[in-house]
Design a binder for this molecule. Structure first.
Ligand code: EPZ
Length: 416
């Protein structure tokens, strides 16, 4: 198990380039299954989940060839319509091959994702949507076995807002016969990025970014080139780290227009933020003020930023209330933050954080991707050394995070 050793107390200063968004790259890589021509992707982030998705697609027969700044995907010779358990169990997003496989090949066998640290995370909405489009689905031996001669357009209303549910059905509908309307669809920017890529491939998609997305199926899609959008959660993570350490940083290749709620909360905490084009500058010249948070689907405060902000609140002036409404168990970082001296009480999906002047370094354990980021942020401000264990969670969703943090002045090193 690799660890990160962090010496707290340094203010973060300097410039950091934001990588391509993991949660846009994963569905868009699966979109390559929808056509027999090349899908050329730029700005793919170098992180574990992207590598895992690449391996999953390759074992199906997708050719993947890095070519300088871009990567070429070609699904002309897919010969295995299956996502095996050993790959799905490590990355729930593997479910995103289901829609494309059924849409283009009329069949798919995808392992049911196990639960994960932050909750049970069922895929019933993905399955219900495909059934509404005419797919025959059997759950057997832990696998979803879906078949359809040709999917038919349908009107589908999601009981819950589901990001990958929306993305899976958008891809399935792209090759279906007729019109599909997705109601109560996810409005996340990553859904829009997928829609942009699908349109470049010849799909007829409109309404992305709103809660009603309309897709008119076509017989065939063709190749395209697409540049993955910047990662808004990586952006938010670095901004919170800079705010927590009282630093001054500039993000480049970033997008402020998809971070409104996060930037508002950082300003409420006392940060000075300047935006110009793809640069976001943050300066924090005093102790943060505690900020209340309530997570909800986009454009409200993102659940993927909850753990990072909780770390900020642990050393802020005053108390804060954090309500997690998306996942039933996304407070795994709380007990680890307590080991650093944080004062946090949890009641159901609500946490109350009483800011303290100083955290003390300790050994802590990462449990999931964003909890890991929270512990790194706490380590950056704690007195003395903090060792974060099981950082494979972090490597799943952040590109070269310790290199980027070191470049900003953090004292952080990886222990093999
Ligand atoms: C996506 O997960 C993201 N992952 C998550 O980011 C993010 O936290 C989440 O959306 C919410 O924004 C990717 O995009 C790859 P959901 P997803 O379906 O699509 C319930 C990260 O840190 N639900 O929007 O799996 C579900 O249990 C990751 O980068 C059902 O009940 O999340 C949850 O409570 C973590 N049935 C809620 O809906 C379903 O069929 C939202 O889940 C689907 C979902």
């Amino acid at each position: 198990m690799q660890k990160l050793a962090i010496q707290g107390g340094n203010r973060l200063n300097g410039e950091v380039r934001i990588s391509g968004a993991k949660n846009a790259a994963l569905p868009i890589m699966c979109a390559s299954l929808l056509a027999a021509d090349d899908l050329i992707l730029a700005n793919l982030p170098d992180m574990h989940d992207v590598a895992t998705m690449g391996k999953l697609l390759q074992q199906m027969g997708v050719k993947i060839e890095p070519d300088g700044q871009t990567t070429r995907f070609n699904a002309a010779h897919v010969d295995k319509l299956e996502a095996p358990y050993d790959m799905v169990k490590t990355m729930r997003a593997a479910i995103l091959v289901l829609g494309p496989l059924v849409a283009r090949f009329g069949e798919a066998r995808v392992s049911l994702p196990g639960g994960c640290a932050i909750g049970s995370r069922p895929v019933d909405l993905h399955i219900k949507g495909l059934q509404a489009m005419g797919a025959e689905i059997h759950i057997e031996h832990g696998y979803i076995h879906a078949t359809a001669s040709r999917l038919k357009g349908a009107r589908i209303c999601f009981d819950l807002v589901s990001v990958t549910g929306t993305e899976n059905l958008m891809m399935a509908a792209a090759l279906a016969d007729g019109v599909t309307v997705l109601e109560n669809a996810a409005r996340e920017p990553e859904v829009i990025d997928l829609a942009v890529c699908l349109r470049a491939m010849g799909a007829k998609v409109s309404g992305d970014g709103t809660d009603t997305i309309t897709i008119t199926g076509v017989d065939k899609l063709h190749g395209a080139s697409h540049r993955i959008m910047p990662d808004r959660i990586e952006s938010g993570t670095f901004l919170v780290a800079a705010a927590a350490t009282g630093g001054k940083i500039v993000l480049t290749d970033a997008r402020a227009d998809i971070l409104d709620n996060v930037l508002d909360k950082l300003r409420e905490a006392g940060a000075k933020i300047e935006v110009s084009g793809d640069r976001i500058e943050l300066e924090m010249d005093r102790r943060p003020t505690a900020v209340n948070l309530r997570t909800a689907p986009y454009p409200a405060f993102p659940t993927d930023m909850q753990a990072q902000f909780m770390a900020l609140n642990t050393i802020a002036e005053g108390s804060a209330i954090v309500v997690e409404t998306i996942f039933e168990n996304r407070f795994m970082h709380v007990q680890e933050l307590r080991r650093l001296g944080a004062q946090i009480d949890v009641e159901g999906n609500t946490a109350v954080i009483k800011g303290c002047a100083q955290l003390e370094g300790a050994t802590v354990m990462a449990t999931d991707l964003r909890a890991s980021a929270s512990l790194v942020i706490a380590g950056l401000v704690a007195q003395g050394e903090t060792v974060v264990d099981r950082i494979y969670h972090l490597d799943r969703g952040y590109e070269h995070i310790e290199a980027k943090l070191s470049a900003l002045g953090a004292q952080i090193r990886r222990i093999k």
